[in-house]
Design a protein around this ligand. Structure first.
Ligand code: KIV
Length: 290
């Protein structure tokens, strides 16, 4: 799919304006899984900014404004300090920068766990203030009532089970889940619970491959894997991981770019040009017309 943005050159950054086009919908995403199978896997990437959304959107079915933005762009030690206002600001930017993908915004830690009513207040702000199509929240069986409450009130919910980063303190780290029989059974139970509660899809993160396969077969809604299995109904990665923005590549990431090297190299060449007065040249300065 090619990018169909037209460039508005009146603005200082020539911001592309999306060509009018019908956006994918949550029901359309759900319908991709037929009789327990998804013929064409769903493509999801995280996006946090309008420009990033413009570049990723034509290639994706869903863009996730993940609370991973806390670590990726704010340099926070975990996702726990991320606020609802941060998610709303970035969610609105990603909606403005996309025209095709379904945009899902993460509900940050502390904005939904207390009660279904608290979750509704936060989720309704997200949808109203960003224009996103749905929210994602972490947790399995314990979140089932909240998922039902939201879905019955017009808020599409993507669940997130397995390794749930907002529970890092309880889990003791970011290691893969589902290694013991008890944990395996608990995660399968979580998957069934969130699907029955009305989640339109679920992210399954950081679990044993076999467990991801069992979950994918066990539920009727699309299962989006990250560190899970190629047999999931779709895959998601943090875009910056996939683009090679970081030196460390976690096991579940495949690098499709080398952004860290590209940026460092460009900055080094710019710095050298400034220091040697090779930049700016006559091409980059204003002179009276002759
Ligand atoms: O916050 C995030 O980016 C996520 C994905 C890793 C699934 O939840």
């Amino acid at each position: 799919m090619s990018t169909t943005f037209t460039i508005d050159t009146a603005t200082s950054r020539a911001t592309p304006t999306p060509a009018p086009m019908k956006r994918l919908t949550v029901p359309a995403i759900q319908r991709r899984k037929v009789d327990g199978r998804t013929a064409e896997p769903l493509v999801m990437l995280t996006a946090y900014t309008a420009r990033q959304a413009q570049l990723l959107d034509p290639h994706c079915d869903m863009l996730l404004v993940g609370d991973s933005l806390g670590q990726v762009i704010y340099g926070l030690p975990s996702t726990l300090p991320v606020t609802l206002d941060m998610m709303i600001a970035h969610g609105a930017a990603v909606v403005r920068g996309s025209y095709h993908s379904v945009v899902i915004v993460d509900m940050p830690f502390g904005s939904y766990e207390a009660s279904p009513q608290q979750a509704f207040a936060s989720a309704s702000r997200i949808l109203a203030e960003t224009g996103a199509a749905g929210v994602k929240l972490e947790g399995g069986e314990a979140m089932a009532d909240t998922i039902t409450f939201l879905s019955q009130r017009g808020i599409p919910v993507m669940a997130h089970i397995g390794l749930t980063p907002q529970a890092v303190n309880a889990l003791g780290g970011y290691g893969a889940r589902g290694k013991s029989e008890a944990e395996h059974a608990k995660i399968v139970g979580d998957a069934r619970a969130v699907a029955s509660a009305g989640a339109f899809a679920m992210v399954v993160e950081g679990v044993m491959e076999e467990l991801a396969d069992i979950i994918t077969d066990a539920v009727a809604v699309p299962v989006i894997g990250i560190g899970a299995s190629a047999r999931c109904d779709g895959q998601v990665l943090v875009a910056e991981d996939m683009l090679g923005m970081f030196e460390r590549t976690p096991r579940f990431v495949k690098r499709y770019g080398a952004m860290a090297e590209t940026i460092s190299d460009a900055a080094a060449r710019y710095a050298a040009d400034v220091r040697s007065r090779a930049f700016p040249t006559a091409d980059q300065v204003y002179r009276p017309k002759k």
